[in-house]
Structures are given as C-alpha cells and as structure tokens.
Design a protein around this ligand. Structure first.
Ligand SMILES: NC(=O)c1ccc[n+]([C@@H]2O[C@H](COP(=O)([O-])OP(=O)(O)OC[C@H]3O[C@@H](n4cnc5c(N)ncnc54)[C@H](OP(=O)(O)O)[C@@H]3O)[C@@H](O)[C@H]2O)c1
Length: 257
C-alpha cells in the first residue's frame, strides 16, 4: 500500500469501541494500511484478542481500555496513546450506546442523558483532547461514526437519532474551527450493519425482510463495508474533504418508494 494516498505508514490511530463490529474492522484495516492502532473498549480481554491478531499479522497495535461515558477513562485513553505512540493522527469516535427502544416521549431522563453523554458529549471530550496536538503538527483526521438514524425519524430509536444528528452538527462545527489548522473532521452514517449493536433489528426475520425489500442493494451491510470509508477518511485520499458525512446504507435513504 506504500506510495498510494491510502498509505497510513507512520500514523497513529485511536478507534473507540474496536473490540468488535465496525470498530474492529476499522482498526484492522487501518493497521493493514500501516497505522499503529490503539484498540479500545470496556472489555480489555476482547480488545487484547483484536490487538494480538493485528500484531500477529505484522501490524502494531496496543490496548487501552476505556468506557467512553467516563471522562477520566477518556483522558487516560488519550494520554496513554500519546505516552505509548507519541501522538494521535487519526481519531475514530466509533463507540456509542442505545439503551432505549420505544416511544420518544416515554424515555427516562437517565436513558436520554446516557445516550447524549456517550454519543455526543464523549465525542467532544475525545476531540478536545486529541485535536489540539493534531493542529500543532498541522495534520489530523477525526472520524465520527454517526448513523442514518440521525437523518431520518424513527418511532422506536428517536433519542438515538437525536444523538446521531447532533454528531453531524458537531462534525460541521469542528471542521470549521480546525480546518484552518489542517485538522479534518468527517462523519460516516451507516445504515443497518450486521453487528451485535443492531442484533434486535436484523435477527427479527420479518423486520429484516421489510428492511431489505426497501433497500436498493437488497441486503444489510457488513462491518468491513464501513471500514473502507474509515480508511479513506483517515488517509490523504480524502485530503480535501471536511465537515461532511458519507452515507453507507445500501441505498435505503435514497430509495424510490
Ligand atoms: N450496526 C448498525 O446497524 C449501525 C448502524 C448505524 C450506526 N452504527 C454505529 O456504529 C458504531 C459501532 O457500532 P457496531 O454496530 O459496530 O456495534 P458493536 O458491534 O456492538 O460494537 C460496539 C463496540 O463498542 C464498544 N462499546 C460499547 N459501549 C461502550 C462504551 N460505553 N465505552 C466504550 N466502548 C463501548 C463495544 O465493546 P465493549 O462491550 O467491550 O465495551 C464494542 O467494541 C456505533 O456508533 C453505532 O451507533 C451502527
């Protein structure tokens, strides 16, 4: 991959929520492209398995566990990365939570605060800690994994959608603030992807059938199909792109009805 705009040799990446799903695929692809990768989630053993796999195949990965809802752990993640690898070039804000399915107006304050805290406020913490040192070197890429739930209404995951819509706004404002210093900030909005996070949506056969019937590609996505866009946004291949969102959803948000 050397001498292509996708080459990440010498870059250091943090991927939150990278013990499985989209985060894991992203961490593995970034490492394959040459980046040193910090694998992180709440469960150290699950992260270790991912990092061991990367290291065994010639990459360079380390584990720093972090619950993104806890500021002290987010601070330790960023400080630990700088201590271990010296810098952060690529920040992938991937971990998110959705503890509530149901009518929006029935949500408890606790559930709402948890969603906004983990899916929005935590991305501000991570950005505030990582972006200034990127700006000092005049180069960096922040990638926020949002969702098409932030583009469309929902009768069951409304609060999650609010948090993911907030991520689009967060991305645009950070892009404006830090673009002059060479730091780019972009979002990815996946549609339904086959991971544990969305299990309730794809394990229900009737729901899956309904969903794929209105999806132009007639299927749901796989984590690797999101990781490619993470690698693109992390690399110089996207050097003129900031403040934007890449929608990767099999076409479901564009489908004629
Ligand atoms: N799957 C979809 O259909 C879909 C669609 C649109 C957007 N997304 C977005 O894609 C991102 C990744 O989701 P996924 O589908 O790949 O989920 P996943 O396969 O369930 O993986 C979630 C990852 O996040 C970690 N995690 C969960 N809570 C955490 C917390 N509080 N602090 C730190 N890490 C935490 C998990 O590990 P631990 O349990 O060890 O912490 C795991 O590594 C999320 O932002 C989600 O909103 C997913």
């Amino acid at each position: 991959m050397k001498n292509t705009p996708f080459d990440l040799t010498g870059k250091v990446a943090i991927v939150t929520g990278s013990s499985r799903g989209i985060g894991r695929s992203s961490a593995e692809l970034l490492a394959k492209l040459g980046a040193k990768v910090v694998v992180s989630s709440r469960k150290v053993d699950a992260c270790k398995e991912v990092a061991d796999g990367i290291n065994a195949s010639g990459g360079d990965a380390t584990v720093i566990p972090c619950n993104i809802a806890r500021k002290a752990e987010v601070e330790a993640l960023v400080a630990g990365t700088i201590k271990h690898y010296g810098k952060i070039d690529i920040l992938v804000c991937n971990a998110a939570v959705n503890p509530y399915y149901g009518p929006l107006l029935d949500i408890t304050d606790e559930a709402f605060d948890k969603i906004m805290g983990s899916n929005v406020k935590s991305n501000i913490w991570l950005s505030a800690l990582a972006i200034p040192q990127m700006a000092e070197r005049g180069n960096g890429s922040v990638i926020i994994i949002s969702s098409i739930g932030g583009l469309r209404g929902s009768t069951v995951i409304g609060a999650y959608g609010i948090s993911k819509a907030a991520d689009f706004a967060l991305c645009r404002s950070l892009a404006g603030e830090w673009g002059p210093k060479g730091v780019r900030v972009n979002c990815i909005a996946p549609g339904l992807v086959k991971t544990d996070f969305a299990r309730a949506l794809w394990e229900d056969e009737a729901n899956l059938k309904r969903r794929t019937a209105t999806t132009p590609l007639r299927r749901i996505g796989e984590p690797d199909e999101i990781a490619g866009a993470v690698a693109y946004l992390a690399s110089d291949a996207s050097s003129f792109m900031t403040g934007q969102t890449i929608v990767i959803d099999g076409g479901v948000t564009t489908a004629a009805t």
